[in-house]
Design a protein around this ligand. Structure first.
Ligand code: F6R
Length: 244
């Protein structure tokens, strides 16, 4: 495991974007596993800036996203499809035919999970998976207690996650209660993992995840067993670690 300590969110974003761009340069047709949420926004902005400067080419890159809300169509502003288009895909030269997310509107959840698992395999597996960390230690939407053996599946979201997400929804709007997510198994099969974490409120859970016992009650703890894990976090998130 490599841990990079950044002074602040901006430096964390730049460092993580650097690792992603190195992946694209080394393998222009790589498969990137992407995440939504607040943490990666600075990374996506940095990648966009480098693309606009002519330093990055996304034309052969393929992407798969960790998760999507069940029930939300791609056009819904709260969907992760929409988030990805707005915050990255529409601003770089990526082929929209090769950006994949679970389909929130699929009529049969099981068929959709199988389709998504097969798709990841067909495109050659994930070269680099970007992950954020939930306040309860979730990764993707794998909430505490979820079995480590699962591939893509449909989950009922923890109350704390629904509450954390509700800040993004307008008052009166229904916050989805279920989501599709890559499972821990899917995530662990990625060749490289890049975990990005920012802010003091995640310091405790990050420390437990990386130094405590590996247990399904703290899903991110499994990352300790990944052979190629890089953690990029700011000083605040790393405040419980004794590293320079
Ligand atoms: C997002 C995802 C989630 C987030 C996590 C952290 O696709 O899968 O696991 O990475 O909830 O979210 P932020 O970055 O908003 O704190």
């Amino acid at each position: 495991m490599h841990i990079y300590k950044a002074t602040d969110y901006q430096e964390m974003s730049r460092k993580a974007a650097n690792i992603i761009s190195a992946q694209i340069i080394i393998k222009p047709d790589c498969v990137l596993g992407l995440a939504t949420g607040s943490t990666p926004l600075g990374i996506y902005q940095q990648l966009i800036d480098w693309y606009k400067k002519g330093d990055l080419d996304f034309s052969n890159v393929k992407t798969v996203n960790l998760d999507e809300y069940k029930g939300l169509p791609a056009e819904n502003v709260q969907s992760y499809h929409y988030f990805m288009k707005k915050n990255l895909f529409d601003q770089v030269n990526i082929n929209s035919e090769t950006t994949y997310l679970p389909d929130g509107t699929a009529s049969d959840s099981e068929t959709e999970c199988t389709r998504f698992n097969n798709l990841i395999e067909e495109i050659g597996g994930i070269d680099l998976q970007l992950l954020g960390l939930g306040h309860n230690g979730h990764i993707g939407f794998n909430e505490p207690g979820e079995s480590f053996e699962k591939g893509t599946h449909c989950v009922a979201l923890a109350q704390s996650t629904i509450e954390a997400n509700s800040r993004l929804f307008d008052e009166g709007e229904i916050v989805p209660s279920h989501a599709y997510t890559m499972g821990i198994k899917t995530i662990m099969l990625a060749k490289k993992i890049l975990l990005v974490v920012s802010g003091e409120e995640k310091a405790d859970i990050l420390h437990k995840a990386l130094t405590g016992p590996v247990t399904p009650t703290l899903p991110a703890s499994i990352l300790q067993l990944h052979p190629d894990l890089t953690v990029v976090a700011d000083e605040a998130a790393l405040s419980k670690f004794d590293i320079e």
